[in-house]
Design a protein around this ligand. Structure first.
Ligand code: UD1
Ligand code: CA
Length: 455
């Protein structure tokens, strides 16, 4: 028996009140529809068709390879969307067809697999009990407990509206029964749409499959539901990492994209955001108040009160507080980017330090060098960027301006406050500053002036 999945994701998402298609809003870095597709894939179902709205190339692009997408040109309802998907799939007479709403990101693969395993007969409807059933289709059961119909809120009377067992737009169907029922759907209802829920009425009595934890079924229709889903997903992700040996001081303020990788023994302090392809090695301490995007942080490093994007941070590196590490930066083992330091597209060698108030851009720094407070690589001449190359064991004096392109050789030193415009030879001291002048008796003279002013 083949299982084919259809994901309904062509709704306009009008309640989101913004231009981005609803299912492309992200939760823990992954689009809503991506979560649904992943749950299906993780349940071992690989034949997936996603029904998307017109002009939504972005939705199609967000789908993993091998997932089929079909455009629903008019919003004809959930039944219409399913019919269009079946047309694209072809003959499903011998298959089980799983239909799942594209806006329920919290569905687990375990629930998807359990629904498919429990499915018998013409259809199995996924149901759950919710504290507030407003807006959902209500499950009507017969006296002996089987599902006989799903009644939409807009078409329900008061007794039906009081039912707290609801449908989640998720079903397993016998392919032949579904293909036979769909063309019979009409649009004589409150919304004027083909309701997939009516197929259940046609095929009834059918089985209900109850999801014990109704939070799994939360549908995202508005920004407040998006935030709610995000919080639930965050709790789930954080719990999994804590169970894998990650030390998290305050899970409520720890934000980890689903794509992040952590080794056991990582310590995360409050206010940490790890995004994209970020990975953190064992024993590293990240936070508090730190954003890391698409970067690696090596074992034993410390990154606090800082922003790191597209960077590679080696082992036992110290970053922050208040450092901005920008794309293309490599901080090698034992190096340091300290307080109020910005580093961009630069390679900082093993054991080299940039401890205070510096800008380092388009630079290569060797090993065991030290850049004094206030060092700046002047990499931009208003038209082009130029490189600065600093050797091993170099000592750059405080407040040195390195006007690129410029190269400072191994073991060289620059005097504090120098503007270095020419290459410095290995082992040399380069100083560029005017002679210090001294005006004797200045304080006494100023004292006299102050007195005369007071007269
Ligand atoms: C639907 C169900 C309702 C259920 C609720 C929650 C119907 C008639 N009603 O109502 O019983 O309680 O979901 O899951 O099925 N979609 C399309 N094309 C369309 C219309 C919708 O692809 O023409 C997609 C949407 O993108 C969404 C899903 O189907 O992912 C459900 O649509 P939505 O508009 O949210 O349906 P509800 O009115 O909430
Ligand atoms: Ca100077």
């Amino acid at each position: 028996m083949t299982v084919r999945a259809i994901v309904l994701a062509a709704g306009k998402g009008t309640r989101m009140k913004c231009d981005l298609p609803k299912v492309l809003h992200t939760i823990a870095g992954r689009p809503i529809v991506g979560w649904v597709v992943k749950a299906i894939l993780d349940a071992g179902i690989t034949d997936i068709t996603v029904v998307i709205p017109p002009d939504s190339d972005a939705v199609a692009a967000a789908l993993p390879d091998g997932v089929r997408s079909v455009v629903q040109h008019e919003r004809g309802g959930t039944g219409h969307a399913t019919r269009i998907a079946l047309e694209a799939i072809g003959d499903v007479a011998k298959d089980t067809v799983l239909v799942i709403a594209g806006d329920t990101p919290l569905f687990t693969s375990a629930t998807v697999a359990a629904l498919v395993a429990a499915h018998r007969g013409p259809a199995t409807v996924l149901t759950t009990r919710v504290p507030d059933p407003t807006g959902y289709g209500r499950i009507r059961r017969s006296a002996d407990g089987v599902v006989v119909a799903i009644v939409e809120e807009k078409d329900a009377d008061d007794t039906t509206r009081a039912i707290d067992e609801v449908a989640m737009s998720t079903y397993a169907f016998d392919g032949a029964s579904l293909a036979e029922a769909l063309p019979k759907l009409g649009r004589a209802n409150a919304k004027g749409e083909e309701y997939l829920t009516d197929v259940v009425g046609m095929l009834a009595p059918v089985a209900g499959f109850d999801v014990a934890d109704h939070r799994e079924t939360l549908g995202v229709n508005s920004h407040d539901q998006l935030a709610e889903a995000e919080a639930l997903m965050r709790a789930r992700i954080n719990l999994a990492w804590m169970q894998a040996g990650v030390w998290m001081q305050d899970p409520a303020t720890t934000y980890l994209d689903a794509t992040v990788q952590l080794e056991s023994g990582v310590r995360l302090l409050p206010g940490v955001h790890l995004e994209g392809s970020t990975s953190v090695g064992g024993g590293a301490v990240v936070g508090p108040q730190t954003l890391v995007v698409d970067s690696t942080i090596g074992a034993g490093s410390r990154v606090g009160y800082s922003v790191v994007r597209g960077a590679e941070i080696g082992e036992h590196v110290e970053v922050g507080p208040f450092a901005s590490i920008r794309p293309g930066t490599v901080l090698r083992r034992g190096s340091k980017a300290g307080t109020f330091v910005e580093i961009k597209a630069s390679d900082v060698g093993e054991g080299s330090k940039v401890p205070h108030l510096s800008y380092v851009g388009d630079a290569t720094i060797g090993e065991e060098s030290n850049l004094g407070a206030g060092t700046i690589t002047c990499n931009y001449d208003g038209r082009q960027k130029h490189r600065t190359v600093i050797g091993d064991r170099v000592f750059i004096g405080s407040d040195t301006m390195l006007v690129a392109p410029v190269e400072v050789g191994d073991d060289a030193v620059t005097g504090a406050g120098s503007v270095i415009t020419r290459d410095v030879s290995p082992g040399a001291l380069a100083v560029e500053r005017s002679q210090q002048k001294e005006i004797p008796g200045y304080a006494a003279r100023r004292g006299r002036l102050d007195e005369s002013e007071g007269e």
